[in-house]
Design a protein around this ligand. Sequence first.
Ligand code: PLP
Length: 391
Amino acid sequence: MSFVAQRLTYFDSSDFREAIRKQALLTDPVDLSIGVPEELTADHVKAAAIRAIINDKTTYTPTNGLAELRSALARKLKTENNVLVEPSAVTIVPGLTTGQLLVYLAVLDPGDEVIVFDPYYPPYPHLASMVGARVVYVSTLPTFQPDLAALEASITDKTKLIVINTPNNPSGAVYPEKTLRAIAALAEANNILLISDEIYEHFVYDGQHFSIGSIYPNTITMNGFSKEHAMTGWRLGYIAGPQEIIDAINELQQYTVMSSSSISQHAALAALAQKPTHLIDKYRRKRDLVISRLRAAGYDLHGADGAFYAFVKAPRNLTDVEFVDRATERGLIIVAGRAFSQLHGYIRISYGADIATLERGIVILEALAKELQVAPLPKTAAQSTHTNSTV
Ligand code: PLP
């Protein structure tokens, strides 16, 4: 009999083990699988971390983080996001993934229902199941925009939470303000809490990012330093929201995290001083390249208005794993969409990679489309510019 707890069954990754085994055998693979930006952490951020070490700022910080960092984040939320919170209603966490678990532990009781839009960032449903909540999936296919009627129909008297992630991983969809206002109205009418994961807020290429926490106070706004500041390994994020929830998270952190890295927090203060807006044009160009070339090759591709992902339908009704296997045979690593969805017919491509890697990956995907005899889309559709759907 296994000593491993039952809750681990929520993390079934058997589908991927074989794919990962095959991918590990590749020499010089083209990797379009990981959600990491190509940039390195900026020098001034690294210097701030080094200064923190040299100046012995290496002990525990307060559980909820350095006061100056929380104040800086409250100011940032006010000026950039129109989210009004006191510094006491901001807490620092060792990354948003841990943050997600802390929020769930703070607000969910067994049997509570959590609405998750499909496709989703994998921890949203798995961690919810792990804490005993019931996950209700609302499909966003085919546009990857929330269907408000479907959302409303999925609300019951047990619905406690709706998880929102815009710009979205894995679809790249950006939800327009109008959609977010409609979701907030539904949440208010039904007394539902919202989580808004805004980790890709600056990666928006069409339309504008809108923070739902600016119009609905029962929103837990989550953000972090991993993506836009190229700090995935520094493990730092923050959560802002209703004070009683932040207090509960802090109590949980006291017995689990204790405090996030002091060094990373000092680095984050330096990171906040410079908004990474220079990245956007570069990422827009990469996004345009992916969209135009893959659509021209005949791939069915929606979303991709933001973040750095495209969620693409596997052609010819192949399953995601079958298509990923074919890509692997040609030296390309991409992710089978079932990691992000209840459906098994999509693949996720990350364009966090540098342009040369991206170009090599696209050439392989074009060759695969040819091999599978996918009909290229008519030129006008392939060339059409990408616009937000306004659901
Ligand atoms: N939220 C989303 C939507 C993500 O895509 C990711 C990483 O891929 C994270 C959170 C993880 O953030 P962190 O590195 O802060 O744990």
